[in-house]
Design a protein around this ligand. Structure first.
Ligand SMILES: CC(=O)N[C@H](C=O)[C@@H](O)[C@H](O)[C@H](O)CO
Ligand SMILES: CC(=O)C(=O)O
Length: 305
């Protein structure tokens, strides 16, 4: 099919899934969340039900309901809503893809099946081809996140196969530190999108030619990261490095504390004033509210709050 050649520029926030204190999906806050991203963070694209959104821990019905809500409230506020439809079950992925299409999503994305894994790149492409075909009118993005899926093919090679076999193939969401593979993809597949996914080293990806990035920190460090993008564009490398370093120090602090997704949700709540709730089991943290003061003082110290 023919695409308009639209390329996603700039930041894409990988949204958290707001939950109630009992870990049920909390739909009424989605409108405020979208407004916060657009108005406070100047982020105009979202990636929903992905890693950050705990997509793999949600039921198919919950994912559908969330998709509907995100799309409804993004109208006029977001340029792109990409819906992650990856599942272990091909049938569920196809169901979610068709649903995303019927709701008016701007694109779909899928990870590789990660329990029984494809035994070679061709098997993976055949799986993705079926997912993409269930929403053949939508751009399809392969979600490369080898550390979590354990599926570690080189994207430079896989992009060629996807281009050949998947008519709606539009690009890759590239969440890996391998900048050589990333750079090879960007330069070989110039009309495709290769969105970078490791927020810690986005500046390195920019140096390779990145045009867009998807990440969890853009939910709350979107405006900070946007400053890095402008500095880089203006050729002020020193300023861009300073900003990247601040983000890295912040993430180092978070990882040194042994924190993960539940705490990322807390941090988002703290920034946005919107209660993201806890993460689903098995990730739910018991520390919750105790984090807030520690995080607040650290963020203030770093001039990030
Ligand atoms: C594993 C994971 O969640 N990766 C995210 C996106 O792909 C990133 O945005 C990270 O959350 C971020 O780079 C912090 O490590
Ligand atoms: C970060 C990201 O892209 C995701 O949460 O899926």
């Amino acid at each position: 099919m023919a695409f308009t050649g639209r390329r996603i520029k700039g930041l894409v926030a990988a949204t958290f899934t707001p939950m109630t204190s009992r870990s049920d999906i909390n739909l009424p806050v989605i409108q405020k969340y979208v407004e916060y991203l657009a108005d406070e963070q100047n982020v105009r694209n979202i990636f929903v039900n992905g890693t950050t959104g705990e997509g793999m821990s949600l039921s198919v019905q919950e994912r559908k309901t969330l998709t509907e809500e995100w799309i409804k409230y993004s109208r006029g506020k977001m340029d792109n809503v990409i819906v992650h439809v990856g599942c272990l079950s091909l049938a569920d992925s196809k169901d979610l893809a068709a649903h995303a299409s019927s709701c008016g999503a701007d694109g779909i994305s899928a990870i590789a099946p990660s329990f029984l894994k494809p035994s070679n790149p061709d098997a993976l492409v055949m799986h993705l081809k079926e997912v993409a075909a269930a929403a053949s009118n939508l751009p399809f993005y392969y979600y490369h996140i080898p550390n979590l899926t354990g599926v570690k093919y080189q994207m430079y090679d896989l992009m060629g196969k996807m281009q050949k076999h998947i008519p709606s193939f539009r690009g890759v969401k590239f969440t890996d530190v391998n900048l050589m593979d990333y750079s090879l993809c960007l330069h070989e597949y110039k009309t495709f999108e290769v969105l970078y996914g490791v927020d810690e080293q986005l500046l390195g990806a920019l140096a390779c030619g990145a045009h867009g990035a998807v990440g969890s920190t853009y939910n709350y460090l979107g405006s900070t990261t946007n400053k890095m993008l402008s500095a880089f564009e203006k050729g002020d490398l020193h300023k861009a490095q300073e900003i990247q370093n601040t983000v890295q120090k912040f993430l180092l602090f978070v990882f040194d504390m042994g924190w993960g997704l539940p705490e990322f949700k807390d941090i988002m709540s703290l920034y946005s004033g919107i209660d993201m709730g806890p993460a689903r089991l098995p990730l739910r943290s018991s520390l919750q509210s105790e984090h807030h003061n520690t995080v607040k003082s650290e963020l203030k110290r770093m001039d990030l709050l």
